[in-house]
Design a protein around this ligand. Structure first.
Ligand code: UFG
Length: 341
């Protein structure tokens, strides 16, 4: 029998790409989302890409314990991947309680219902933000976590701890936290991608919106960092590659291959790219010129971070594969798709 995976926050950017990969790998998927930060564009795209019109979709809020409980009691869920959560760093500083309440409560409800209904496998979408400014690069999973610089970052650390403590305490539960570096790009079909509301916070959506003329100019936040070209360095990971890592992680849980009840994996390429290199790479990959300028540094940005993905490579058998040119071309194709071109 096919195993069933619940994807909370499955209509969003990462969730929709993961849903596609899970379905293509032969899993049954239930998508659940409260639609607080997305519309049906990506879920419709998922149906087109997979050719499946019957993917179960539940509009619900995981902060509602009763609805969460009902979802688990009505469906035989074998594993859950938890994406549902707020993710704007700046907003979390302004409205910390909104972030703590939403991001912690929803995850606690998911774990509690998993425990009650014999769903033993919980995957949490964490972030490289837990490492802060790493002392050693590339960063391994062994690197100490640094005090979070935003309530958003803090919820990632707290949710990791909630998962770790829960799987240790309640027999039958296992957990994996995937620490994402910087996911960018879109599905090669250009039918799903990132859909930020308002002014994008993240580099690539701002860049593509500038290229299409929605924004006048991209500001590069600082060129006086102690890096080779003075701009920050990140590990930009293709969204489809990142989505595939979830399939490997879910399979590892479902097939009893975990070595501990709680495991953590870095999901990155292992290769740093500077903001300037990414901008230049985008221009080259798409044969266009971008309007950009050097602006002041942004508060809270770390200078440089990239992954040591050895553990994920060896243990999950997963590796980032897509070429950066293709990733940047897919980001542009998605922006053009949104513009109806
Ligand atoms: N950047 C610009 N101009 C922009 C937007 C971003 O120069 O308009 C730069 C940033 O300064 C940074 C790099 O591009 O050096 C990447 O910025 P993003 O906002 O795209 O990504 P971050 O590395 O800041 O974000 C990551 C994760 C978040 C996490 C955050 C914590 O994607 O989930 O780190 O700092 F919360």
């Amino acid at each position: 029998m096919k195993k069933c995976v619940l994807v909370s926050g499955g209509a969003g950017f990462i969730g929709s790409h993961v849903t596609v990969e899970l379905i293509e790998a032969g899993y049954d998927v239930i998508v659940a989302d409260n639609m607080s930060n997305c519309d049906m564009t990506c879920f419709e795209g998922v149906k087109k890409i997979t050719g499946r019109d019957d993917i179960p979709f539940v509009e619900m809020d995981f902060c509602d314990a009763k609805t969460t409980e009902e979802l688990f009691s009505k469906n035989a869920i074998d594993a859950v991947i938890h994406f549902a959560g707020f993710k704007a760093v700046g907003e979390s500083v302004e409205e910390p309680l909104k972030y703590y309440k939403n991001n912690l409560e929803s995850f606690i409800n998911v774990i509690a219902s998993s425990k009650e209904h014999g769903c033993g496998n919980i995957l949490f979408s964490s972030s490289a933000t837990v490492y802060g400014e790493p002392k050693k690069l590339p960063v391994t999973e062994e690197a100490p976590r640094q005090p979070a610089t935003s309530p958003y970052g803090n919820t990632k650390q707290m949710c990791e701890d909630i998962l770790r403590d829960s799987v240790r305490a309640y027999s039958g539960l296992k957990g994996i936290a995937l620490r994402y570096f910087n996911p960018i790009g879109a599905h090669p079909s250009a039918l799903i991608g990132e859909l930020p509301r308002g002014v994008p916070n993240n580099l690539v959506p701002f860049l593509t919106q500038t290229a299409i003329g929605k924004r006048e100019c991209l500001s590069i936040f600082g060129d006086d960092y102690p890096t080779p070209d003075g701009t920050c360095q990140r590990d930009f990971i293709d969204i489809v590659d990142l989505a595939k890592a979830h399939v490997f992680a879910v399979r590892r849980m479902l097939e009893g291959q975990m070595k501990k009840v709680y495991e953590i994996f870095n999901i990155g390429t292992g290769t740093p790219l500077s903001v300037m290199q990414l901008v230049k790479g985008f221009e080259k990959a798409n044969g266009l010129k971008l309007n950009y300028k050097i602006g002041p540094r942004r508060d809270g940005d770390v200078t440089a971070i990239w992954a040591d993905p050895t553990l994920a490579n060896n243990e999950l058998g997963w590796k980032a594969e897509r070429k950066i040119e293709d990733t940047l071309a897919s980001a542009w194709a998605w922006e053009k798709h949104l513009a109806g071109e």
